[in-house]
Design a protein around this ligand. Sequence first.
Ligand code: NAD
Length: 334
Amino acid sequence: MTKLLLFNVLDDEIGVIDQWLAKNPTVQIDTNRVTLTAETVDLAQGYDGIVLQQDNLIDDPVIYQKLHEFGIKQISLRTTGYETVDLKAAAANDLVVTNVPAYSPRSVSELVLAHTMWLLRHLNVAAKRESQNDFTWENLQAREIHELTVGIIGAGKIGSEVARIFKALGSHVIVSDPVHRPELNSVVTYVDQETVFKEADIITMHTPLLDSTYHVVNEAAFQMMKPTAIFINASRGAVVDTPALLSALKTGEIAAAGIDTIENEADIFSKDFSQSKQPNEWLQELLSLDNATVSPHIGFYTDIAVKNMVEISLADALTVIAGKHSAHEISTEE
Ligand code: NAD
C-alpha cells in the first residue's frame, strides 16, 4: 500500500479523490486542510509521498530536511505555479518537484468570454439598475461579438483557446506573441502589440508575468486603445499598471474592464471580508466603478480543472515514488 498525504484539500477535491481511490485500491490517501510549514511538516511522517496546493512559500530549510528524513522522495504540486517551492533546497534533499502544467486552458478562456459578453451587453449596468427596480433601456444598446476585433496579448495554451472561442463566434482575432503557432494560422492574424492596443475592440491578456510583461499595459497602452474598447485581464495582476487602469476607466479612455486578477491579490481573493475591511484600495476602487466587473481569480476554477489538478498530481506522485521520471518534473536549473 502506497500512502499519500494531501495538504490543504478543498471540499470540491474530496469527490475527485474518492473517485480516483476507487480506481487505485493499492493507494491510501489521507487529507488535511493545513498548509505545509515548519510547524506542520511532521504530519508527513509515515507517508510515502505528499501532494500540495498552497500560496504560502515553503521557505524554511527545515521542511525539506524533515521530508528527506521521513524518506519522502517528491513534492507533487496540484498547481501550475511552483514559485512557492525552494527548488534548490528540494534538490539538496533529493526531493523531485512536479507541477500540473495545464489543467484546463479552456476554463480560463470561458471566463474571458463571460466577462466580455457581460460587459458587451451592458449587463453590469442593467443589473445595477434592476436592483433599484429600474428596467429602462437607456444606453443598453450593444454591439454584436461577430462584428468586433478581439486582440490577444500572448496566445499560448490559454490565449489559443480564447482565440478559437472568439473565432467560432465570428470575431476577427488578432494576436501579439513573439511565438507564432502554425496551428493558429487559420484562426488568428499575428500583429504587433501596438496594433492590438490600437485596433482591437476587446483586448485580453494571456502572457505569463515576466520582467518583460510587468506593467506592459500602462498609461501609454491605455491611451492607444479605442474609447469603446473592453479590456480583460485573467492572466496575472501585475501585467497591468492598476492606477493606469483605474484612470482609463474613470476618464473614458476605455469603455470597460473585466478583471480576474489584480496586483497584490494574494491575501484577498478566496478570503471573506464581509465582516472586516478589505485592504486592497485598488480593488475597492475598481468595485465602485460601473464599467468594471471583477471575479476573484476563478478563471481556472471549473470541474474539469479541479479533476485534472488532482489526478495529474497523484499520478506524478506515484510515478516518482516508483523511481520513474514524470514528464512534469521541474528542473532545478531555473
Ligand atoms: P503559456 O506559457 O502557455 O502562454 C503564454 C504565451 O505568452 C506564450 O505563447 C508566450 O510566447 C507569450 N508571451 C510571453 N511574453 C509575451 C509578450 N511580451 N507579449 C506577447 N506574448 C508574450 O501560458 P498559459 O498557460 O496560457 O497562461 C497564460 C497566463 O494565464 C499566465 O499568466 C498564467 O499565470 C495565467 N493563468 C491564469 C489563471 C486564472 O485562474 N485566471 C489560471 C491559469 C493560468
